[in-house]
Each structure stands twice: as C-alpha cells, then as structure tokens.
Design a protein around this ligand. Structure first.
Ligand code: ASP
Length: 432
C-alpha cells in the first residue's frame, strides 16, 4: 500500500493516527458519549447518532457481493493445483467445526461455574415460537444457485462462493482463450480493493456512532441485573480467543500470536460495533492480506466460508444462554442434555446468518432441543445487542485464525509481512 508523508493542518493529529488507533479512540469516545447521553436523559439523541453508523454499515455491506465474487474468482485463477484447493476446503471445515464444539464447551463450563441465571425471575416473560432448522440435505442442495444473479441480489454468500469457484475453474480450463476474462477480473479486483479501502477509512465514524447508540440506549442501569450473563460470555470469548486461537497460531502455525491479534484489530472492532460478521467481511479480507501477509487465494476462500458457517462466539453464546435459562427456571440438566446442546448449538451456529441478532433467533432451536422454556429468549433479547457484540468479534477472530493457520500450512503466507507491524492506514484517496 502506498505510504504518504505526515499530514498537516488542523486535523493533523487525528489524520496522522493509524486507522486502528482512530477506531479504538472512536470506540472509547462513543461509549463515553453514550453513557453521558443516557445519564442526562438524551437517549433519543443517541438514537439519532445511530444513523451515521447505519450509513457506514450500508457502505460495507455494499461491498460484500462484489468483493467475495471477484476475489474468489481471482483466487481460483491463481490456483493451478486443484488437489490443493480441495485440501484447503477440508482443512477449513475441520478447523471450523472443531473450534466451534470447543467454544460451546467453554460456554457451558462458564455457565455452570458463574451461574448467570441464579436469582433471575423469568415468570413474566412472553412466550415465543420455536425456530426449527431446515433439514441438512436441504441446506446442502441450497448451496447450488438456480440463478447466480438472484444469489447476488439476495447476498447468499454460500451460493456466490459455489458459483465463483466453478466460474474461476472454467476460466482455468479454457486456457489461452480465458486470458482476457482473467485479466479483466484482475483489474476489477484492484478497483474493488480500492473501493474497500475508501469505505474502511470511514470506520472510525461508524464505530463512534454505533457505540454511542448502544451505550446511550442501554445505559448502566439496565445492564447491571443481567451483568453475570454478559460477564460470562465476554470472559469466555476472551479465553477462547487467547487460549484456543492464540494457542493454535503459536503452537500449530508457529507464528507470533501477538502479531496475529494486532493484525486483526480493525475487523475485530468493526465486528464488535456492527454485530455482523458478514458485514465485516471486507474489513477482515483486507486486514488478513495486508497486515498478516496471507495470500489472496487462501483468504478469498476461507474468509467468506468462515463468515457463513463459522460462528464460535454464537455457539458459545448458545451454551451460556441455555444454562442461564435452565438456572432461571430451576431446571437441572443432565449429561445427555449437555451433549445435545453441544450438537444443536454447533448446527445452529452453522445455520446462523452473519447478521445482527441472528444468534438470538437460533437460540430457540437450542432451547427446544433440550426442552427448555422459550420464554428465556425474551429476557436474553433485552440485552442481546451487548452479547452480540462480543460473539461477533469472536466469530470474526475465528475466521481469521483459521485463515492464518491454513495459509501457513500451505506456504501461502508472507512471513516478512506477517512480522511487520501494521500497514493498514486511512487510504490516500487522491489518484496515483
Ligand atoms: N451477529 C452474529 C454475526 O454476525 C451472528 C449472531 O447473531 O450470533 O456473526
């Protein structure tokens, strides 16, 4: 990426900060602003500020379809070894499923230890309809799009992945005749990446607005009674990120875990504030390639796949929330119910869309599987945004960890770039 000299002028101190520093600062200022607005009875102002955040989210969502499609087609055309592509697919799915089961186990353990539901009365909660997952075979068949344009219009990432893989493969198979199409996609890819950079440079403003809105709407009073559920999930997310992902990155991939976490701070914060791992995808793709030196051919495959099927934070949340509901209703769970929760929460997390609040909808499926009352969903719903922030950040961290691990095992990571602290900056939007 092009580096520019120090900026001058009245906003120089702000503009000279790295993008991640701007984002962290925006997050803190956003929380403080929100708490002040809430405490002074100005929650409506916080709601108005949210519009800026919504604008930012629309901007990044706008990029998902072109970015996933174009970078995956380019990723495929740069792959000459098909067996390798298959290997990457099997490894990613194995990683995603294994770490997800682990995450639920951590969630269940913390739920049992911290007893988030003790002392909460759920009798006043409203009844809810259960959600059932479509049969597995149906989900599998649904990956093949009947109409790729409809898949793009619906933003169905799995269908887009499927079409892009076949399309890229066909370009490879036609050889010389496919060269103009390949060159066109390479050029389109540079344009889409520039667009992504421009959009990401607005992240600090979006992050500020979303944090001010959340803190302004909830305030401290509403959060305290349900504090233990929040604490259990946040604690679990940190443990999972540091021990499981950090451990895998350092022990299995033999890479510096500190660099890993530094390299993905932008997508983590955008995930935390946007609560959408699919929406964060453009930021994750940029960070993993530019900050951590992962090749495009790996990142363009593992990240969109992960944003769709890998939701460790969501799975952990299902575990914590199920125990919360059981405790609040005074229901004892046995070993077989714990195992059922692990299984259904894994499936539920795969089926969860990477959009805000999706995990809450799937929670009713997990509760139903072990006969827990669905009224619990209503209580959790009150604080779901706060829980969603942590689980989405963990979801995105898991996608990035898998990507780094696979890139390392395939020799698809530029180690010098991995070890060079942060390159992601606010882009220079001027031409040249
Ligand atoms: N918001 C989460 C995500 O986008 C999904 C969920 O609600 O758990 O990853």
């Amino acid at each position: 990426m092009k580096t520019t000299g120090p900026k001058t002028g009245i906003f120089a101190p702000w503009r000279n900060l790295m993008l991640w520093q701007q984002i962290v600062l925006a997050l803190i200022v956003g929380v403080v602003t929100g708490i002040v607005l809430n405490a002074t009875g100005n929650a409506a102002t916080a709601g108005a500020i949210k519009n800026i955040g919504t604008l930012f989210l629309s901007l990044i969502k706008m990029l998902i379809v072109p970015l996933v499609f174009v970078s995956l087609v380019c990723g495929m055309t740069s792959v000459t070894d098909m067996a390798r592509m298959g290997r990457i697919g099997v490894k990613s799915i194995g990683f995603y499923l294994g770490t997800t089961a682990f995450a639920i186990a951590i969630g269940l353990a913390l739920g049992a230890l911290m007893q988030p539901g003790a002392g909460i009365d759920l009798s006043a909660a409203a009844a809810m309809e259960p959600v059932t997952a479509p049969p597995f075979i149906q989900q599998l068949i649904g990956i093949v799009p009947k109409n790729p344009i409809a898949a793009a219009a619906d933003g169905n990432v799995l269908q887009i992945i499927f079409f892009a893989i076949l399309f890229g493969l066909a370009i490879n198979l036609v050889g010389e005749a496919g060269k103009p199409v390949r060159d066109f996609f390479e050029s389109l890819n540079s344009v889409v990446l520039k667009l992504t950079e421009i959009v990401i440079s607005f992240a600090p403003y979006g992050v500020f607005a979303l944090m001010a809105w959340v803190a302004g709407t909830y305030g401290l009073d509403l959060l305290l009674p349900l504090g233990t559920v929040i604490a259990a999930l946040y604690f679990g997310c940190v443990i999972h990120a540091v021990l499981v992902y950090g451990g895998l990155v350092s022990v299995v991939a033999r890479l510096n875990p500190i660099r890993f976490f530094q390299g993905i701070i932008e997508p983590q914060i955008v995930a935390f504030t946007s609560t959408s791992s699919s929406g964060t995808l453009p930021v994750t793709m940029t960070a993993v390639q530019q900050n951590l030196g992962v090749s495009r051919s790996v990142a363009s495959f593992t990240l969109p796949l992960g944003a769709t099927i890998n939701m460790d934070g969501t799975a952990m949340y299902q575990g914590v929330a199920a125990l919360f509901v059981a405790q609040a209703f005074g229901i004892e769970l046995g070993m077989s119910q714990y195992l059922t929760i692990i299984l259904t929460a894994t499936l539920a997390s795969i089926g969860t869309a990477g959009v805000p609040g999706a995990g809450l909808v799937m929670l009713s499926m997990v509760l139903t599987s072990v006969g827990l009352p669905l009224e619990g969903v209503a209580i959790i719903a009150g604080i779901d945004r706060i829980l969603d922030m942590a689980r989405t950040a963990l979801n995105v961290t898991g996608d990035a960890a898998c990507t780094v691990l696979i890139a390392k095992s395939e020799g698809e990571i530029d180690l010098a770039a991995y070890d060079t602290p942060h390159v992601l900056k606010s882009p220079d939007i001027s031409r040249g």
